[in-house]
Design a protein around this ligand. Sequence first.
Ligand SMILES: O=C(CO)[C@H](O)[C@H](O)COP(=O)(O)O
Length: 228
Amino acid sequence: MDLEELKKTVAREALSFVEDDMVIGLGTGSTTSYFLKFLGERIREEELEIYGVPTSYQSRLLALEYGIPIRALDEVDAIDIAVDGADEVDPQLNLIKGRGAALTMEKIIEYRAGTFIVLVDESKLVNRLGEKMPVPVEVIPAAWRAIAEEIEVFNARAELRMAAKKDGPVITDNGNFILDVKFERIDDPLDMEIELKTIPGVVENGIFADIADIVLVGTPQGVRKLER
Ligand SMILES: O=C(CO)[C@H](O)[C@H](O)COP(=O)(O)O
């Protein structure tokens, strides 16, 4: 089964958590895009009363395209479930997220969800966070260089993320820059998440420790469900 098929399979499986009258946090990325497509079809076919709370411009645009009614975070009382992808998942279900630069709204919404469901293929499973991927850190633009230097005390290298279809750096949905931070090793994800957050000028970082409730892993043999 190719990677796109694995993504579709986990995205379909996530529909089993969806019930009528739910408010659903809508994640960002290619795997979640399939979930949004299937969610839109299900809302139409079963005439469900569901609202989505987008975590990015990408999920907002896709929700509009697929006919998912949307609400802003300050228009809802609670979020029942949130569904999103991840870049790495460790055995305790700590995550690295933010390859799509949407980590700040993702964390705001997913932290508040009754159940946060993560969709990955098995290539995203690691023994220790940071094994393959850098940790994205959203920073206030004026502070990027100072923060990049300060991060070196953690035995890490920070690189300003550059845009692909624009000259200069990536600008997030919130108007900030992204530093991609490659660590030698991350021994304690929660501790590192907090350390990064306390640097003045850091808006948010892509370590999501102790937030995921369920991880659905796409494998050629089917979907594995990991629970915390
Ligand atoms: O954190 C994210 C965006 O900020 C994505 O959820 C994460 O990068 C996974 O994306 P994909 O499903 O395309 O691999």
